[in-house]
Design a binder for this molecule. Structure first.
Ligand code: SAM
Length: 229
């Protein structure tokens, strides 16, 4: 009888030991899943949140389809190379490539760049598009004859100086939603949030006063190949 009781106790004890081992493993698995999920969430969401933490906050807000149409409308007489500064999900670059431009996007968020490349491939324009993971302040846009920017007001004066220094006088610049502060536009189209302004580099380069700017470029910091494959 006593033996039985002890036996039963031993079994109970064993069962408890098994339970606690199982609970420990379960705890580890749960911690792993939670930790992994947090890391994955950080990896995915981080690049979308990061622009908000920079000195100039330029979040991902995609152009509306009317805005894209307006960009193409003001550039309809143009051809050659086009760059979208902060290219988001690639919609402007892809639409421009469909109109015959060799189009390049520079974008800080790697997820958006990978998605843009996938979209370009899916829409059959991967040969005339290129997407680079780059900081817009660290690349030179000198080689582009058409430049598109959907920025925020806080960055437009600094970008104005940068483009004024870098671009050839044959270039055109299109600003979406927010105009440049001191340049006079060549034309404008659309209304409200879909308004775009087009600027002729010949005009704005004439007004550039010598020795006033610029500290930004470190064109050697361009990451990756900027040519279109
Ligand atoms: C307002 S969205 C415009 C997206 C796209 N051009 C369009 O019109 O649909 C601005 C984009 O610039 C990107 N961006 C923010 N800071 C940047 C930086 N320093 N260099 C490159 N891209 C940047 C953001 O991630 C975002 O995708």
């Amino acid at each position: 009888m006593t033996d039985n009781i002890l036996d039963t106790g031993a079994i109970k004890c064993n069962v408890n030991a098994k339970d606690s081992g199982f609970a420990k493993r379960l705890g580890l698995v749960a911690t792993g899943i939670l930790g992994g999920s947090l890391v994955a969430l950080y990896a995915v969401a981080g690049p979308f949140v990061a622009p908000a933490l920079r000195k100039v906050c330029l979040p991902f807000v995609p152009a509306t389809s009317t805005q894209v149409e307006n960009v193409l409308k003001v550039l309809q007489e143009r051809s050659g190379s086009l760059v979208d500064i902060g290219s988001g999900d690639g919609r402007i670059v892809i639409a421009a490539a469909k109109k015959g431009f060799r189009a390049v996007g520079f974008e800080l968020n790697p997820w958006l760049v990978w998605y843009s490349r996938y979209r370009a491939w899916r829409e059959g324009v991967h040969n005339s598009t290129s997407f680079q993971i780059s900081d817009l302040w660290k690349v030179s846009f000198a080689q582009y004859s058409n430049v598109v920017i959907f920025g925020v007001p806080q960055m437009m004066d600094q970008l104005e100086e940068k483009l004024q220094t870098e671009l050839q006088s044959t270039a055109k610049v299109v600003a979406c939603r927010f105009p440049f502060p001191t340049w006079s536009p060549d034309g404008t189209t659309g209304e409200g949030i879909d308004t775009v302004w087009v600027y002729d580099a010949k005009s704005f380069k004439q007004t550039k006063t010598a020795g006033t700017c610029c500290n930004f470029t470190n064109p050697t910091a361009v990451t990756g190949d900027t040519s279109i494959s």
